[in-house]
Design a protein around this ligand. Structure first.
Ligand code: NAG
Ligand code: NAG
Ligand code: NAG
Ligand code: NAG
Ligand code: NAG
Ligand code: NAG
Length: 934
């Protein structure tokens, strides 16, 4: 049974302060509340930038729209044009059933002559911007306004990275091959090692599919198409045929002036991580010289570059790229990017979803946030028809090997201070197993002079161990791990002898060998080879630890299924050497995109996105965790098995089942249909998976466990299944019913176990039919009872400038209140900190008078994700400046400034699975009194 460390959520106030400052944003206070205004994660909002979605009834042009607004505004505010300029950043003039609208940028004009002080000017501009937004919101041709939000660069996981110098530029800038430091045995595993896991090897050898005629779009950091794996060029006649660069190399979404659009999506960054090129190679590399091919080497690619060499991008650009990729005719669009959301309603997920349903299937990375706990899937993968791809570790990786005189090979890593490690005689520092090995106060059991010492990790620093080995005359040090994990890198700052690290298994084996064999009394000869060779990965075929965990907040199962994403070899830009290994759900998604291309080549484009998803789920293979089946909330249906998916006609729908929470529980049906020519009998079985305990119910309310724990393995559902065998003839369709009889093991488990498993249809007496698995999930307990806010949140924050007062409440008690002093800028607002333990479909701030009667509303935000224990998303902050929209005119009203007096805010979070019209559905806190002074 796997256990993880409980992390404490309590942080000192000081700690909070330091990053509240960075999250806070003057702009937040101006996010006006209007039912059409749809802000999401506050921390990522880019000031002055909005996406306006037109109502379907509006048929005019974007320019008409902007001109109308401007003339309308100039009528009421004649001077506004000299202060603030509204410009169209992007025009989404596409199919109205996908998305029509614009993204705008509100720019402050330079002329500030009439203002004495800069502050005064800022506040004035802010007020004008608010007025402008209000005017836009009042148009009935506007359906929604979303803020533009920043999207982080996709991170690759730093498991082990080795770049390989396979190509270089010569003097004339031509690409020339180099001799790669890579040794592959002809009879050994072949790159990229993962095709045997997914049956892609069999699809290539037996079906000869290579993706010809299928178009795959990649929205990423561009492609180095000068690479021989992509034919060396861009445009008609080349493999990378469609797309463009939306941003340029210097782009950063926080600075709109850094954007330079250009016609070619070339990744020519000198020090980038080559993300887009790696993704493209996984899908489509076709390198005749290096003999490396991606999943679908004959597909046509499109590349839409939305990341520069570093820095972030934004949702308005991703939406623009999605629409452009769809219009270019992409059958599949890969997005190895996104941001935490866990809601299908996130705007990028929603628009991507419409595009999937129109025939350009969106395949997205589930996210690399496995350490942040359950309910944390990235958008756009969270969209219902999009695919959220989880990651499974490859079975081999490439590493350098230390080779003994006996011929055994062990992967090793050098510390960054070690350039080369000369061969030598390996001896044990001490003969016993001990993690105090070579720490201060220990003495070596053997003569180390001129030898390499084998030492276990632990107890003291690597610096100390290396120093003690050196003081005893040692020429080098090999540290082995003290836990059974993938290989680690030992790092030391002051080290003066070479240092390398090996795994626990390797260390134990070497130690035993030296101890038990008298031939090695004076040391075992060991040589550190520099060429990379394949090594088995101990976590191969298992879920990658970084892979984000679902399900969505409405208990829809996500991720959908998994591809190989840990230790993935693929192309890199020429300036990065041409090849290398990266890890992430970013690598798993393009594998699936390539697999979809092969499916589409075999069967055409008739089937819907949902049919394809179900069919891939039907034939996927659930991965194990220890001896148990891993949970569907991490792996979805499991690792795809492409040969069966392409070849098997029998289809089960839906492809996954949610029994929801206890309150919303419903029995579920599966429909099996046989479009094939053979009658098949299936035995229907139930294979429970490990359950997950998503919450820490002991300390912090119901804080999500980061990472989630597995519940004890006796926590599992007992299912009643309407049939134990089913025979289904050609053309027949049959239904089977499933209900949860009970969930075992709960008494001893944590509260809210998320149970799950796989319903297996196992063919009886058939030589051709294959097993089908349908993942199911459910949770014991009522999600509506989960607290939204962490204890002591929301609350006002005391920052520089905050003024307090003592207020006598109705019951006579004295309470400390906060002052909004309009005569002083730094005291002209109060700041609320929110910390959400659970995401919420709506967070609202209402305004109450002194007697706690509601008189209006300040803001609301929709579909917020929860906070985590990370600095940058520990809280959301929001400012209130003493304005509100009075009751009754929420849809149309301008916000008004409150008269001097005492008020309160009421913070409300809508609970999961709850009806917003029912007052009990809201978790509510009333703020301390706020005194407004002019
Ligand atoms: C690619 O394969 C061919 C034919 O097997 C072989 O001659 C060539 O050396 C290989 N190239 C590399 C870089 O390994
Ligand atoms: C779970 O129940 C809620 C409330 O009825 C519903 O809105 C939601 O769609 C259900 N989830 C699934 C996956 O069916
Ligand atoms: C399952 O099928 C039964 C019988 O046809 C039907 O009454 C029930 O509504 C179905 N359940 C669901 C969740 O679709
Ligand atoms: C079923 O048989 C027909 C006629 O022999 C054939 O054309 C078709 O491809 C077969 N279908 C499958 C799924 O094997
Ligand atoms: C499968 O085949 C075995 C042996 O041929 C036979 O005894 C058994 O009844 C068959 N089972 C079914 C479900 O057809
Ligand atoms: C708060 O104010 C003090 C004194 O004016 C100043 O030294 C300090 O830097 C301020 N802190 C922040 C975070 O602005």
């Amino acid at each position: 049974m796997k256990t993880s460390i409980l992390t404490s959520a309590s942080l000192s106030l000081l700690y909070l302060f330091s990053f509240v400052q960075s999250i806070e944003n003057d702009h937040l206070q101006s996010l006006l509340s209007d039912p059409k205004f749809k802000p999401n994660t506050l921390g990522n909002v880019i000031p002055g930038r909005y996406i306006i979605e037109f109502d379907q009834s509006f048929h005019g042009s974007s320019l008409d729209f902007v001109n109308d607004i401007e003339s309308d505004i100039v009528k009421s505010y004649p001077t506004i044009n000299s202060r603030i300029k509204m410009s169209i950043a992007h025009d989404y003039d596409s199919d109205p059933s996908i998305f029509r609208g614009i993204s705008i940028s509100l720019q402050q004009l330079e002329d500030q002559s009439q203002f004495n002080k800069r502050d005064e000017n800022d506040m004035h501009i802010q007020a004008l911007e608010n007025t402008l937004l209000r005017k836009i919101l009042q148009q009935n041709r506007v359906k929604h306004i979303y803020p533009v939000v920043e999207i982080q660069r996709p991170k690759v996981e730093n498991l082990i990275t080795h770049n390989i110098k396979a190509y270089d530029f010569d003097d004339r800038n031509n690409v020339t091959p180099a001799i790669p430091q890579l040794l592959l045995d002809e009879n050994g595993p072949s790159l990229p090692f993962s095709h045997t896991m997914t049956q892609v090897d069999k699809v290539v050898s037996d079906l000869k599919l290579k993706g010809k005629g299928v178009v795959v779009g990649i929205i990423d950091s561009g492609i180095d198409y000068r690479h021989p794996a992509f034919g060396g060029g861009f445009g008609p006649g080349f493999q990378v045929r469609y797309g463009y660069d939306l941003v340029g190399s210097r782009f950063n979404s926080r600075n709109p002036y850094s954007r330079r659009q250009s016609e070619t999506p070339l990744d020519d960054c000198l020090d980038g991580n080559g993300h887009g090129t790696h993704v493209a190679g996984i899908i489509a590399a076709n390198d005749k010289f290096f003999n490396f091919t991606g999943v679908a080497p004959e597909v046509t690619l499109g590349a839409w570059r939305v990341f520069g060499c570093d820095g972030t991008t934004s949702n308005d650009l991703v939406i623009k790229a999605l629409i452009s990729a769809h219009e270019a005719g992409c059958d599949v669009i890969n997005l190895s990017l996104g941001g935490p959301s866990n809601w299908a309603e996130d705007p990028t997920a929603l628009i991507a979803n419409r595009i999937s349903e129109k025939g350009s299937i969106v395949i997205a990375a589930a996210g690399n946030d496995g350490a942040k706990g359950a309910f944390y899937i990235s958008s756009p993968g969270s969209g219902l028809s999009n695919i959220a791809v989880a990651s499974i570790d490859n079975v081999y990786n490439l590493q350098q090997s230390a080779v003994t005189e006996e011929g055994s090979e062990y992967p090793y890593l050098l510390s960054s201070t070690t350039k080369t490690f000369p061969a030598g005689q390996l001896v044990n520092y001490i003969n016993e197993e001990s993690n105090a090995d070579a720490c201060f106060g220990t003495r070596p059991d053997n003569d180390l002079r001129g030898k390499i010492a084998l030492v276990q990790r632990g107890k003291c620093t690597f610096d100390e161990k290396a120093d003690i080995v050196r003081k005893n005359g040692g020429a080098g040090i090999v540290v082995y791990d003290n836990q059974d994990e993938t290989i680690f890198k030992a790092e030391a700052l002051t080290i003066k002898i070479p240092m390398a690290s090996v795994t626990l298994m390797a260390g134990k084996e070497l130690k035993r060998l030296i101890n038990t064999n008298t031939r090695y009394k004076d040391g075992l000869h060991i040589e550190f080879r520099t060429a990379l060779t394949p090594h088995k990965v101990s976590s191969g075929n298992r879920m990658s630890r970084f892979s984000s965990v679902g399900p969505l907040y409405d208990m829809t199962m996500k991720p959908d299924f998994a591809g190989p994403g840990g230790f993935i070899f693929s192309t890199l830009p020429i300036s990065n050497g041409g090849y290398g290994m990266l890890s992430g759900t970013s690598m798993a998604a393009p594998y699936i995109a390539g697999a979809y291309a092969l499916y589409i080549q075999a069967h055409g484009r008739e089937k819907s996105a949902n049919y394809l998803k179900e069919h891939f789920q039907n034939y996927a293979k659930p991965a194990l965790q220890g001896d148990d089946i891993d949970t569907p909330i991490r792996q979805g249906a499991g690792l795809i098995q492409l040969f069966d998916t392409i070849n098997q006609p029998i289809h089960v729908s839906p492809g996954h089942i949610s029994f929801n929470d206890t309150v919303n529980y419903k029995a579920q049906n599966l429909t099996i249909c046989n479009p094939g020519n053979d009658t098949v009998t299936f035995k229907i079985m139930h294979n429970p998976s490990l359950a997950v305990a998503p919450f820490n119910t002991r300390t912090q309310g119901f804080a999500p466990l980061q990472p989630p724990h597995y519940a004890p393995d006796n926590v599992q559902a007992v299912l009643n299944i309407s049939e134990s065998f089913i025979t289904i003839g050609p053309g027949q369709t049959k239904k089977v019913r499933f209900e949860v009889a009970k969930v075992l093991g709960i008494a001893r488990a944590e509260v809210y176990p998320m149970y799950g498993g796989y319903i297996k249809f196992s063919p009886v007496n058939s030589t051709t039919a294959k097993s089908i698995h349908v993942p199911y999930i459910g949770i014991s307990g009522s999600l509506a009872k989960l607290p939204i806010f962490d204890v002591k949140f929301p609350r006002f924050m005391v920052i520089n400038g905050t003024k307090l007062f003592e207020h006598k409440l109705q019951d006579g008690t004295i309470s400390t209140g906060f002052i909004i002093d309009r005569s002083n800028r730094s005291s002209s607002f109060v700041t609320t900190m929110f910390r959400l333990l659970t995401g919420s479909a709506m967070i609202k701030t209402e305004v109450l008078d002194q007697n706690l009667n509601q008189i209006g509303m300040f803001t609301y935000e929709e579909y917020l994700t929860r906070n985590t224990l990370e600095d940058l998303d520990f809280i959301f902050a929001q400012r209130w400046n003493g304005t509100m929209i009075p009751n009754g005119i929420e849809n149309l009203g301008d916000s008004v400034s409150l008269k001097p007096g005492v008020y309160h805010l009421r913070w409300k979070g809508l609970k999961l699975m709850s009806d917003p019209k029912n007052p009990d559905s809201w978790e509510t806190r009333v703020s301390p009194p706020v005194l407004i002074r002019n």
